[in-house]
Design a protein around this ligand. Structure first.
Ligand SMILES: [Zn+2]
Length: 87
């Protein structure tokens, strides 16, 4: 398993949400840390990627893709903050 940072999820997140979310703030449900997704710790393996909080090491999210389908869960994220579009 390879340890990376949250930038390793850029392709997964862009595929799912059609925008680059690595600069979005994710709040950890475990410790309350709010930081850019790019600063999370990512463990990558051929089966998928696990995103962990760099402060408390709780699992923030899991990303798996196979057979042309993708699954993700954000069990340890209590909120995601994005810039709001200006009117
Ligand atoms: Zn945490």
């Amino acid at each position: 398993m390879t340890r990376l940072d949250g930038n390793a999820l850029a392709g997964d997140l862009a595929d799912l949400f059609q925008v680059d979310l690595t600069t979005a703030l994710a709040r950890c449900a475990g410790c309350g840390r709010a930081g850019e997704i790019a600063t999370a710790i990512v463990y990558a393996s051929p089966m998928g990627r696990v995103m962990r909080c760099p402060t408390c090491d709780d699992v923030l999210g899991v990303f798996v893709s196979a057979d042309g389908r993708a699954w993700f869960g954000l069990p340890g994220v209590s909120a995601i903050e994005l810039p709001a579009e200006k009117p």
